[in-house]
Design a protein around this ligand. Structure first.
Ligand SMILES: Cc1ncc(COP(=O)(O)O)c(C=O)c1O
Length: 399
């Protein structure tokens, strides 16, 4: 075992007993390279983060220029920093629908926490509805939204007043009442294994929220920034949230998140009490500079316009007797196997052969494909070729 590997296990806190342990040397475009020079084709984007690929030149130069000008100067919300102002203005214009005030934070879970506080303060209500099978982050508030009791009971007590509805189940919408502060859901359920909304489900959720004075929070932390074929997934379904949550792909590989709302709604953090939500590093100028470069690339190129074509190519190629179904929304994809027991072998063997895919948190029969949006047709052929060969080899071992 290499010295770094040993030190990683001994001193970097571990989240599982079976970490992937790729010793990263560098990353560029569609590839991550280990210290032995082995190249891994990235079909995962570090879980839907590196949408422009690794070390995109525009992101790199934005980071370098910002580092050379200034880094941290003051806690969030006190100094006028040009990257924040430019980003907030551009994103507001791009989003429309009154989503014109952006609260910058450092991660997805923090965006969830901020949105929950804002919804409670603005409505004076404490009940929260989230969806079964959703993941919103690992802080205690975000974890409270999770539906699997076997997991959450290890961390009790979680937030009071959280109820769950089933995604795509219209009857459950009756659980949203005048007592509900907010409904929080992903427009496409990611960790559940890519579950897309059916029968105008999101419009019906929006309508029920309007009827009951409940705030609709859409978690676009995984679906945002082009991943599903539109800049944001809610734009595919003709609705807008009261509060939008973003992170992951936002920073082009740098850590940043935000919650976005109308200025009037956001003003609940400004007075009675003032400093209603504060953060030291949220909206760090270097991270926002990276996010601004990322957003500019996404809205000024044809990357997003080409996603449906790439989705179709992937789906056409991923046909095999061991594959039961491929579910997708743009370049967010779940490949479900007939036999869940084969999943670890498929993921591990793909990795050994130089292709990175990943598990979902709540779907034990499917693996994740979420490549950088820059993936080429040749790289799609290469990556799916590795998957199909792994499946062929498994099939022949089984005979
Ligand atoms: C839909 C969704 N929401 C929230 C989060 C939490 O984001 P973070 O890990 O940045 O806290 C994630 C992370 O996987 C996510 O997929």
């Amino acid at each position: 075992m290499s010295a770094y590997r040993r030190l990683f296990i001994d001193h970097v806190a571990q989240t599982s007993e079976t970490p992937m342990i790729i010793e990263v040397d560098r990353a560029s475009g569609m590839y991550i390279y280990d210290m032995d020079g082995k190249a891994y084709l990235d079909f995962d984007s570090g879980i839907a983060v590196s949408s422009l690929g690794h070390c995109h030149p525009d992101v790199m130069s934005a980071v370098q220029n910002q580092v050379a000008s200034y880094m941290h100067t003051m806690v969030y919300g006190e100094h006028v920093q040009v990257p924040q102002v430019a980003y907030a203005t551009l994103l507001s214009q791009t989003l429309g629908n009154g989503l014109n005030s952006i609260y910058f934070v450092n991660s997805g879970a923090e965006a969830v926490e901020g949105a929950i506080k804002l919804a409670r303060k603005a409505t004076g209500r404490i009940e929260i509805i989230s969806c079964a099978g959703a993941y919103h982050g690992s802080t205690i508030g975000a974890e409270s939204l999770r539906s699997d009791y076997e997991f959450t009971r290890n961390f009790f007590p979680t937030l009071p007043g959280v109820g769950h509805i089933r995604f795509n189940n219209e009857e459950d919408l009756e659980k949203i009442t005048e007592r509900t502060a907010c409904v929080i859901l992903e427009p496409i359920q990611a960790e559940g294994g890519i579950i897309v909304p059916q029968n105008d489900y999101l419009k019906k959720v929006r309508q029920r929220c309007d009827e009951t004075g409940t705030l609709l929070i859409l978690d676009e932390i995984q679906t945002g920034f082009g991943r599903t074929g539109q800049l944001f997934a809610h734009q595919k379904y003709g609705i807008a949230p009261d509060i939008l949550l973003i992170a992951k792909g936002m920073g082009g590989g740098m850590p940043i998140g935000a919650f976005v709302a109308n200025r009037d709604l956001m003003s609940h953090f400004t007075k009675n009490p003032s400093l209603g939500h504060i953060t030291t590093f949220g909206g760090h100028p270097v991270c926002v500079a990276a996010a601004l470069a990322t957003l500019k690339v996404l809205i000024s190129t044809d990357l997003i316009a080409k996603i449906y074509e790439k989705e179709a190519q992937l789906k056409n190629l991923l046909v095999h007797p061991l594959i039961k179904e491929v579910r997708s929304s743009g370049l967010m994809m779940a490949v479900e196997l007939h036999q869940a027991a084969l999943l670890p072998q498929v993921i591990d063997t793909c990795r050994e052969r130089g292709l990175l895919t990943d598990y979902f948190l709540f779907n034990s029969a499917s693996f994740r494909i979420a490549p950088p949006l820059i993936i080429s047709h040749e790289e799609i052929i290469l990556g799916t070729g590795i998957i199909l060969k792994v499946l062929d080899d498994l099939q022949s071992q089984m005979q």
